[in-house]
Design a protein around this ligand. Structure first.
Ligand code: ADP
Ligand code: MG
Length: 695
């Protein structure tokens, strides 16, 4: 093998450096020409003037006009980076990475040097970095360390129309910073025309509009509603492929699992056609897409072939793919749904909004007239919401409240939100953080809370890690957290080998250890093989996901020191590990009912163990779950068995063992009493919560 490598190296040298260099040069020149052809280019100087004159500018322009890739470069060319970095936030990590890669290419520099990116668990920047692309969440975390953003001269909050939770919080924070840092510039850029709202929020900041160059898009609806939009999407792809002139296809679906299923079915069907049809290049894109697959999406399609991009709403605006002529819109996306009454959050497939549908259709008309196939009826379209709901109104605010508290924002009710969340939702967040011991009775951060805020994780996961110090198993717990952070893509289950895959998976569940411990076992087993890819193949584990888990784990291990938690290993003490899980997730406890369903302790809601769970066959009496997903039923995903005594041991302020005849428990409302047994949830009303409730 070594000799092959040597020959390769030699071959490289033999190809002589100069032709390569001149090729690089001409490529750079071509990229410069491309830059000048973008719709934003004619407005370069006017835009720079507007920024010079105003501290805050709202910028609106169609997707693909060049906002994200060009504006930071213009600012660099105009000298802004001499005074500090230009930071540009993106709602999604894949967008931050791919745009940074593109800009580095356009500037002819190495990614991570002058141009870099920073996303959760990955920092690809250096001391040289002047243009920094990052997720909105990453900038929020930077604010914890640098509250006035002193190292930045410009902050561009990009894709503002997406209204993610972190972007919304940034709005309030950067607006405040701009008040006392007159030298910082703020750019708020968005793809939609609804810019007045942003302008109003930023004290009537001027709006700079970049006229788009959209070609006409022909829209087709289905005649009747589609029972199965996945199947409809696949059929439509194949129909376009065999009947329509060249041009790539972009399909909007809702999530990774769905995209991977579609990819598999499509490949299978195409194989049946053999050489009777032209080549189809299938490219998936979703938030957790591995780095090495990202470049494939942007590669120009070879003549005679057709590219099919299977995307989540990430391709609506954050990522622009050239050459798309056909769009297939399922009409759905995955959204968080939050019930502030119960404090329960779940992921749910929901119809999109009208602006989303419009945005999706527009993706087909960037380079010429396009066609959009909507897999729903026109009547259906009329029922879509007129606006996209900001995430902050749909989500559990515990992590927001924790960040704000650690930034020193105590008066949550008077924080400058563009769309304030309900008092009820804020109250629930404070209540949860109090239950997790992150806040004290008067709503101040505790030591535990400060440790939790240092970890870039959901508060319940952070709490699990903080608790692992006491139970001496931080090694195992950070493995579990890393595996959970990768998403549901650890196990590989090909259609034609499902039985084998399921058997392999069952090995990790021996002893009904629960899904989180099973994840730990997978990680440990892989580590023992010295991270072997072959082992992954043999066990139907996705090697890519495992590598990502390892990267995340390395990061978390580094953070342990910062929060003063020792790396400890409790080898086979599964009870200690389960207690840590309980310490983070005790508000998610549920008890088995006679009819086989579960009832959650806190809200008395009915839920079921997800069929993919290792505990689905033999449901234990008590469980804690990681998350709820609503599909055909309310499902608990990633569940762990627990002993009810632990709840009282670990969260005595939350759970109580009570005798039913006890007078105190008789006074409790029916909803709060647990159907059978005598464990009850204490009604938490610390002062901090009461205060908020009074407003
Ligand atoms: P906007 O932010 O206004 O939507 P962008 O700056 O993202 O526009 O995109 C401008 C152009 O840059 C796109 O039309 C596309 O051709 C090109 N581009 C952007 N990202 C990439 C990438 N990762 N790879 C190749 N080309 C890209
Ligand atoms: Mg953009």
């Amino acid at each position: 093998k070594a000799s092959v490598m040597d020959v390769d190296k030699f071959g490289d040298k033999m190809s002589i450096e100069s032709p390569k260099k001149s090729k690089a040069k001409s490529e750079l020149a071509k990229l410069q020409e491309n830059r000048k052809a973008l719709p934003i280019y004619p407005y370069r100087d006017d835009l720079l003037k507007a920024i010079e004159k105003n501290q805050v500018v709202v910028i609106v322009g169609d997707t693909g006009s060049g906002k994200t890739t060009q504006i930071p470069q213009y600012l660099h060319e105009a000298g802004y980076t001499k005074r500090g970095k230009v930071g540009c936030t993106q709602p999604r990590r894949v967008a931050a990475m791919s745009v940074a890669a593109r800009v580095a290419q356009e500037m002819g520099v190495k990614l991570g040097s002058e141009v870099g990116y920073s996303i959760r668990f990955e920092d690809c920047t250096s001391g040289k970095t002047v243009l920094k692309y990052m997720t909105d969440g990453a900038l929020l975390r930077e604010l914890l360390a640098e509250p006035n953003l002193a190292s930045y001269s410009v902050i561009m909050v990009d894709e503002a129309h997406e209204r993610t939770m972190s972007t919304d919080i940034l709005f309030g924070l950067v607006k405040d910073i701009a008040r006392f840092r007159k030298d910082i510039k703020l750019l708020i850029s968005s793809a939609t025309l609804d810019a007045e709202k942003f302008s109003d929020f930023f004290d009537s900041a001027p709006i700079f509009r970049i006229p788009g160059r959209l070609y006409p898009v022909e829209i087709q609806y289905t005649k009747s509603p589609q029972a199965d939009y996945l199947d409809a999407a696949i059929v439509t792809v194949l129909q376009i492929h065999v009947t329509q002139p060249p041009g790539d296809i972009l399909v909007f679906l809702t999530g990774q699992e769905e995209i991977e299923t579609t990819e598999e079915i499509l490949k299978h069907r195409v194989r049946r056609f053999g050489t009777k049809i032209a080549e189809l290049i299938i490219c998936p894109i979703f938030a957790n897409l591995p780095t090495e697959l990202q470049a494939k999406i942007f590669k120009p399609t070879p003549v005679g072939a057709r590219k099919i991009v299977l995307a989540t709403n990430i391709a609506e605006a954050s990522v622009t793919i050239d050459g798309i002529k056909y769009v297939i819109d399922s009409g759905f996306c995955k959204m968080k749904s939050y019930n502030p009454r119960t404090g329960m959050e779940s992921l749910q497939v929901t119809p999109i909004s009208k602006p989303s549908a419009k945005q999706r259709a527009g993706r087909s008309g960037r380079t010429g007239p396009g066609k959009c196939f909507r897999l729903y009826t026109e009547f259906n379209y009329i029922s879509f919401d007129d606006n996209t709901t900001p995430e902050i109104l749909l989500t559990n605010l515990a992590s927001v409240v924790l960040s704000l508290k650690s930034l020193g924002v105590h008066d949550l009710l008077n924080f400058d939100f563009m769309d304030p969340p309900t008092v009820e939702a804020l109250r629930k967040a404070v209540e949860l953080l109090f239950a997790l011991n992150a806040l004290n009775k008067v709503g101040e951060l505790t030591r535990v809370g400060r440790q939790m805020a240092e970890l870039p994780l959901d508060p319940m996961l952070s709490k699990m890690i903080v608790a692992s110090d006491k139970y001496k198993c931080s090694d195992e717990v950070i493995s579990i957290v890393s595996m959970l952070s990768v998403g549901n893509s650890i196990f590989y289950r090909p259609k034609d080998k499902q039985v084998h895959a399921d058997n392999a998976r069952r090995n990790f569940h021996t002893g009904n250890v629960g899904d989180l411990i099973a994840l730990m076992k997978v990680y440990n087993a892989w580590r023992e093989t010295n991270y072997s890819t072959q082992w992954c193949y043999e066990n139907y584990i996705q090697a890519r996901s495992m590598k990502r888990a390892r990267d995340i784990r390395d990061q978390l291990e580094g953070l342990l020191e910062r929060v003063e938690i020792e790396l400890t290993c409790s080898a086979n003490d599964l009870e200690a590990i389960k207690k840590c899980i309980t310490a983070g997730f005790f508000p998610h406890s549920a008890r088995l009912q006679k009819n086989g369903s579960y009832r959650t302790m806190k809200c008395q809601q009915i839920a079921y163990i997800h069929p993919s769970s290792g505990l689905a066959q033999e449901p234990p009496r008590w469980v804690v779950y990681h998350e709820l997903v609503l599909t055909t039923k309310e499902y608990m995903r990633n569940v762990t068995e627990l002993k009810p005594e632990w709840l009282v041991e670990i969260a005595p302020h939350y759970y109580q063992m009570k005798d039913f005849k006890d007078a105190a428990s008789m006074k409790m409302s029916k909803g709060q009493r647990n159907g059978a047994g005598n464990l009850t949830v204490i009604n938490l009303v610390p002062e901090a919560i009461r205060e908020i409730a009074l407003e």
